[in-house]
Write a protein that binds this ligand. Structure first.
Ligand code: G16
Length: 543
């Protein structure tokens, strides 16, 4: 085997964000950009000599090239075994499952998640640890440190490898196992949910539409919903993964999955709708003429999880990211289990799940999952909803109404301001941060502030501390305004404003959230000045 050791220099800006390194594809295509980061991963985890890793991505532009490069670098760095999805494809949840199933030393996932794909769009890469979850900050910090001191990378100088045939092949002493990306994951889902009951639902004419958004979940969804559960052919639309996602923005929310929203709100629309993102870890759930906010989805799942065979024994605890609404906390309280609040980023749930403190986790950013893997899991959430519908015989709309009648409704919305000039965004953020200490007791546009702080997290399992995790302003009526800077964008800065207000009056549970939250939206404008300071007329995305 011919290995070369290529001299290189550190490249600025290779700091992993909320979930790995995400940049414009053309940045990744620059000489040594990918190679430097991959070598930094290998060195940051103490080398890969003799180790086994999983490898795959969501199929976006450059996935195929990157897979070849990583395999050649893994061989040159003396890895023992790489398990890779056929044609280099794996959804993020399937990759997490393979890491756990084969007890590997971790895995590399190629994706920029919900960001668009293509040569002019986004690419990304992240390392997942041996528990199947995104690397914790200690590891991403070590990887970043390597990017700042790197002086060489190692690569095997061989020809192109055929990724299309399932089976084993060797480069030198390294084994490459090319596996079917779908089967093991679909089998896992079958152990968790009541497939016979869901099959009955479909056989009785239940109509579903799943929008795969030309991203990775198409083949998984077709196998699970159409082949194994008997949903009508054509239930899955935009089924074929494409390198540019067909020009779509594969982010399952009311803005980017508006075609699905429109269909579900037709008078004769389907009973159930769902969509997933680029790499298959996010989900949006819809009923006929009903939108389920991700925070409500988490709470409903917590309240009904025992419907599903894999969760019959109940949940050890639940966890949510700080900006996610407290709806799930009220369910946890009723169930007598703990609810944990962590910073944004799925990596923060890993310790809680490994320690069996939380079995169900969720985020307002359309992420929901359980301890079956260590990533959020879009299709898992959709199957959980189907299981709940099959078990209760209720529509999504009725399940939501009943939930709110029992627990109250946490009206919730997120307003995103995207591609804001970075300096202007940082100035606005810093201005609010500077005011936090003096806000308590102040009247802001008619609301009185009870407390204000910057969120920090003390991990109860390993004692690690994460500071600077978002600004919180809480009013005397417990309404809440949160401001964060996104860690996943690639153009300018994205400011995320999160708004939440609980309503217990049974006659006021069916309002439009934007109307219910109007006083809070006005107070946020007074505090932050999206219009007045940043010149933004309206948010780019409202969830
Ligand atoms: C990632 C993380 C999530 C996070 C989301 C948004 O999701 O895994 O935990 O909530 O980004 O993060 P931010 O608000 O910093 O942009 P994904 O689906 O992009 O991998």
């Amino acid at each position: 085997m011919s290995i070369s050791i290529e001299p290189t220099l550190p490249i600025a800006g290779q700091k992993p964000g909320t979930s790995g390194l995400r940049k414009k594809t053309r940045v990744f295509m620059k000489p040594a950009y990918l190679e430097n980061f991959v070598q930094a991963i290998f060195d940051g985890i103490g080398g890969v000599k003799g180790k086994t890793l999983v490898l795959g991505g969501d199929g976006r532009f450059y996935n195929d090239v990157a897979v070849q490069t990583i395999l050649r670098m893994a061989a040159a760095n003396e890895a023992a075994h790489i398990i890779v999805g056929q044609n280099g494809l794996l959804s993020t949840p399937a990759a997490s499952h393979l890491i756990r199933q084969h007890q590997t030393d971790g895995g590399i996932i190629l994706s920029a998640s919900h960001n668009p794909g293509g040569i002019e769009e986004d690419f990304g890469i992240k390392f997942n640890a041996a528990n199947g979850g995104p690397a914790p900050e200690a590891i991403t910090d070590a990887i970043y440190a390597q990017t700042q001191s790197i002086s060489r990378y190692k690569i095997w100088q061989g020809g192109a490898l055929d990724m299309s045939q399932i089976g084993d092949t060797d480069i030198g002493d390294m084994r490459i196992s090319i596996v079917d990306p779908v089967t093991d994951y679909a089998d896992l889902m079958e152990t968790l949910f009541d497939f016979p009951a869901i099959r009955v639902l479909f056989s009785e004419g239940f109509r579903m539409r799943f929008d795969a958004m030309c991203a990775i979940t198409g083949p998984y969804a077709a196998e699970i919903f159409e082949n194994r559960l008997g949903a009508a052919k054509g239930t899955v639309e935009n089924e074929t993964p494409l390198p540019d996602f067909g020009g779509m923005h594969p982010d399952p929310n009311p803005t980017w999955a508006h075609a699905l929203m429109d269909e579900l709100f037709l008078d004769d629309g389907p009973d159930f709708g769902a969509a997933s993102d680029g790499d298959g870890d996010r989900n949006m759930v819809l009923g006929h003429q009903a939108y389920v906010s991700p925070s409500d989805s988490l709470a409903v799942i917590a309240a009904n999880a025992t419907c599903a065979p894999g969760y019959k024994a109940g949940l050890s605890g639940v966890a949510r990211s700080m900006p996610t609404s407290a709806a799930v906390d009220h369910v946890a309280q009723a169930l007598g289990i703990n609810s944990y609040e962590v910073p944004t980023g799925w990596k923060f749930f890993g310790n809680l799940m490994d320690d069996n403190r939380a079995a169900l986790c969720g985020e307002e950013s359309f992420g929901t999952g359980s301890n079956h893997i260590r990533e959020k899991d879009g299709l898992w959430a959709v199957l959980m909803w189907l299981n709940i519908i099959a078990a209760t015989g209720q529509s999504v709309k009725d399940i939501l109404s009943a939930h709110w009648q029992t627990y109250g409704r946490n009206y919730y919305s997120r307003h995103d301001y995207e591609a804001v000039d970075t300096d202007a965004a940082e100035t606005a953020y810093q201005a609010l941060r500077d005011r936090l200490d003096g806000l308590a007791g102040q009247n802001i546009a008619g609301l009185t502030v009870k407390s204000a702080d910057e969120f920090r997290y003390d991990d109860p399992v390993d004692g690690s501390v994460s500071t600077g995790q978002g600004l919180r302003v809480i009013c005397t009526n417990d309404a809440r305004i949160v401001l964060r800077m996104s860690g996943t964008g690639t153009t300018g800065a994205t400011l995320r404003l999160y708004l939440e207000q609980r309503e217990m009056d049974p006659d006021k549970l069916s309002q439009d959230p934007q109307i219910a939250l109007a006083p809070l939206i006005a107070a946020a404008e007074t505090l932050i000045g999206f219009h007045a300071q940043l010149g933004r007329v309206k948010p780019d995305v409202i969830t």
